[in-house]
Design a protein around this ligand. Structure first.
Ligand SMILES: [Zn+2]
Length: 103
C-alpha cells in the first residue's frame, strides 16, 4: 500500500489520483476508535438492547442509585433482583449481580 500522506504533503495513488477515502481513513486512524460503540450499535442486537446498553455506558440508566442522584426519594435503594443489601447501580446490574450472573 502506498503511503499517500507524508510530512504534510499529499501523495497520490499509483494511478496518479487523489483519494478522498484514503484521506478520511488516514485522518480517522490518528484517533483510537471506541470499540464500545462497535459492540453496542451492532446490527445483531435488538434496538431496545442497544439503547439500554448505550444508556448504561453513558451512566444514564435509570437505576435506583441514579434516581437518588436526581434527588427523587427512593424507599429501598438496594438491588431488587438479588435481594442483597447492595446498592442498585448499572455496574452492579451488568456485572456483579448474582441473579444476572445466573441468568
Ligand atoms: Zn443484584
Amino acid at each position: 500500500m502506498q503511503i499517500w500522506y507524508s510530512f504534510g504533503a499529499y501523495l497520490l495513488t499509483p494511478e496518479g489520483k487523489y483519494s478522498l477515502t484514503q484521506s478520511y481513513n488516514t485522518l480517522l486512524g490518528q484517533y483510537a476508535s471506541l470499540r464500545m460503540t462497535d459492540l453496542i450499535w451492532t446490527r445483531f442486537a435488538q434496538p431496545k438492547h442497544r439503547f439500554i446498553l448505550w444508556l448504561a455506558t453513558q451512566d444514564r440508566l435509570l437505576t435506583k442509585e441514579r434516581i437518588k442522584r436526581l434527588t427523587i426519594p427512593v424507599e429501598d435503594g438496594t438491588c431488587c433482583l438479588c435481594e442483597k443489601s447492595i446498592e442498585e447501580t448499572h455496574i452492579h446490574l451488568f456485572s456483579t449481580c448474582e441473579w444476572i450472573v445466573k441468568v
